[in-house]
Design a protein around this ligand. Structure first.
Ligand SMILES: Cc1cc2nc3c(=O)[nH]c(=O)nc-3n(C[C@H](O)[C@H](O)[C@H](O)COP(=O)(O)OP(=O)(O)OC[C@H]3O[C@@H](n4cnc5c(N)ncnc54)[C@H](O)[C@@H]3O)c2cc1C
Length: 375
């Protein structure tokens, strides 16, 4: 039997966090395997904030990842705390415009850049059954979607597996969730005539909030964010998240409905569901592992900070693991403090934003979030 291939670091998960960590580690001279299972709900219609360009530049990939294929996003509109639309224009943003991403393309290009930098990249391959060995190394099973399994050894594992935090949880870390936010989302067919307004739009209602944005393909994303246990006041006993309620509620919106009507709503498909709650690990590193991205801390999509934070924590985790493998015993604690600071800033902003919506104080979606203000 041939011996298991050996790496300094295996990065589990090939989203923005995993690629940022792998790029940082391989450029620091480590041998790196990045394995991406390619599982999880499809990601469509995600916006990248302008400040992400800085992190992508630090990673040396901004041009190749952002040059083509995405739509510039010149601002956001929101009807939040009032029925009137309020505009935030990227003209006033020191970093310029953001992007409506072709998210699969964005991730593919990040993985291609990681491979070009010298990492081994295993696509459609899951990291399974990590076992810590007595000599302090890991033995890991790599399971390819096409079938087949092989073992690799490594000194360190970066868990960038997204909300599942597969390696960290298996290693005993606990995932803490602070709410149950769920997304119901749908991609609408291209409209006969493209809208000239490329801004994203957020509109709150009594049981949550709506989001719509154009996609680079000409399609449009529309999503409703709510809690899965809420019942519909117009239809006692019915769940707010019922597929049939989605269309009625969508058409009842004041602003989002105008954006989506040109895309045709007669044959609306049922929306897909995705977990969108805030969550974090009780510790972001342990014996032989470090977590980054959503695995470490996942944010409410209202913040638009998910990909930015994944890039930031991936890059920071990469530097911390590099320093640790070179004998710096403070590096991982410093990384944990960085993640904690990001989480604190996020929680403060989350509370402030929800406090600005005061129109439905008695509806559970809002009272829960206002209650959190006192926490
Ligand atoms: C509905 C919704 C809308 C959102 N909109 C936005 C937005 O507009 N802007 C924004 O910035 N953020 C948004 N986010 C958040 C954003 O999607 C995440 O924060 C971001 O994708 C996190 O990146 P990541 O690399 O940590 O994890 P992911 O992107 O989830 O990548 C994890 C990868 O790990 C792989 N994987 C899982 N298990 C294993 C395993 N065992 N072995 C190997 N690989 C594995 C998965 O297949 C996946 O490819 C949204 C989230 C939701 C739910």
């Amino acid at each position: 039997m041939s011996p298991a291939a050996a790496y300094d670091v295996v990065v589990a998960g090939g989203g923005p966090a995993g690629c940022a960590a792998a790029l940082t580690l391989v450029r620091a001279g480590h041998t790196v395997l990045l394995a991406d299972a390619g599982t999880g709900p499809p990601k469509a219609g995600e916006a990248l904030v302008s400040a992400a360009r800085l992190l992508l530049s630090d990673l040396g990939v901004a041009e190749q990842v952002l040059a083509t294929g995405h739509l510039p996003c010149y601002g956001n509109l929101s009807a939040w705390g009032s029925p009137e639309l309020y505009a935030v224009d990227s003209l006033h943003d020191p970093y310029g415009h953001g992007w409506h991403l072709d998210r699969p393309l964005f991730d593919r290009r990040l993985r291609a850049a990681t491979r070009a930098a010298g990492a081994d990249v295993a696509e459609h391959t899951a990291v399974r059954r990590p076992v810590r060995r007595p000599d302090g190394t890991w033995r890991i099973a790599l399971c390819a979607r096409a079938g087949g399994e092989r073992a690799v050894r490594c000194r360190w594992v970066v868990d960038a597996t997204g909300r599942g935090a597969a390696v960290a949880v298996r290693s005993g870390a606990r995932r803490r969730t602070t709410d149950r936010l769920t997304a119901l989302h749908l991609t609408l067919d291209p409209a006969p005539r493209a809208s000239p307004d490329g801004r994203s739009l957020v509109e709150s209602d009594r049981d949550g909030w709506w989001y719509t944005a154009p996609l680079p393909s000409g399609h449009r994303l529309v999503a409703y964010f709510t809690d899965p246990d809420l019942s519909d006041p117009d239809l006692p006993g019915a769940a707010v998240t019922g597929d049939e309620r989605f269309r009625d509620r969508l058409l009842a919106t004041r602003h989002v409905s105008h954006r989506v009507r040109p895309h045709g709503l007669t044959t609306l498909r049922p929306p897909r569901r995705a977990a969108a709650h805030s969550a974090h690990l009780d510790r972001v590193h342990g014996d032989g592992w470090t977590a980054a991205g959503d695995a470490a801390a996942a944010f409410d999509p209202l913040s638009s900070q998910g990909i930015l934070t994944a890039l930031y924590t991936g890059l920071s985790a990469g530097h911390a693991v590099d320093a640790h493998l070179h004998g710096d015993r403070t590096a991982l604690a410093a990384y944990a403090a960085q993640v904690a600071t990001a989480r604190t800033a996020y929680a403060r902003e989350h509370r402030a934003v929800h406090a600005r919506e005061t129109r439905w104080p008695d509806r559970p979606f809002w009272s829960r979030r206002h209650l959190n203000q006192q926490a």
